[in-house]
Write a protein that binds this ligand. Structure first.
Ligand code: ZN
Length: 145
């Protein structure tokens, strides 16, 4: 039997997400009803965890505008260039503290799986979130070994 040709990897190109695509953030919802409504500005993430998920989805979608918009002005880089060779393959939230609609701060600990130039890796980070004008924003993160 001839070896099967390797299946081409279908990395979602920026803008490839449609409203009906399963949301990349891992919640069992369509993109349009999940992170998509935050990316479009139609709604604001009500919790730090949902903001974290929507930022992960923005990395998948290549939405640098959303990433910068949801970054605290004190820690936000002047511009953001995403590595086109980075393919995000999944997000798992492992812990949260505070970050509810009734908090002004919170943390989200997560694992994000990726593939870069054929190498698989995992980012394990504890991110800190705060609010600016009521909206959740990413402040900074600490890598966890
Ligand atoms: Zn989502």
């Amino acid at each position: 039997m001839a070896p099967r040709p390797a299946r081409p990897r279908r990395a979602p190109a920026p803008g490839a997400l449609t409203a009906d695509t399963p949301c990349p953030c891992g919640l069992p919802a369509a993109y349009g009803a999940c992170c998509g409504r935050f990316h479009s500005g139609e709604a604001q993430a009500p919790t730090a965890e949902l903001l974290m998920r929507s930022r992960y989805s923005a990395f998948v979608a290549g939405d640098t505008g959303y990433l910068l918009r949801t970054w605290h002005p004190d820690t936000r880089p002047p511009e953001l260039e995403l590595d086109p060779l980075m393919v995000w393959e999944g997000l798992e939230i492992t812990a949260t503290t505070d970050g509810s609609p009734f908090h002004t701060g919170g943390t989200v600990t997560f694992r994000a799986r990726y593939r870069h130039r054929g190498q698989r890796g995992e980012l394990h980070e504890r991110s800190t979130f705060g609010r600016v004008d009521g909206a959740w924003v990413y402040v900074d993160g600490t890598f966890i070994e």
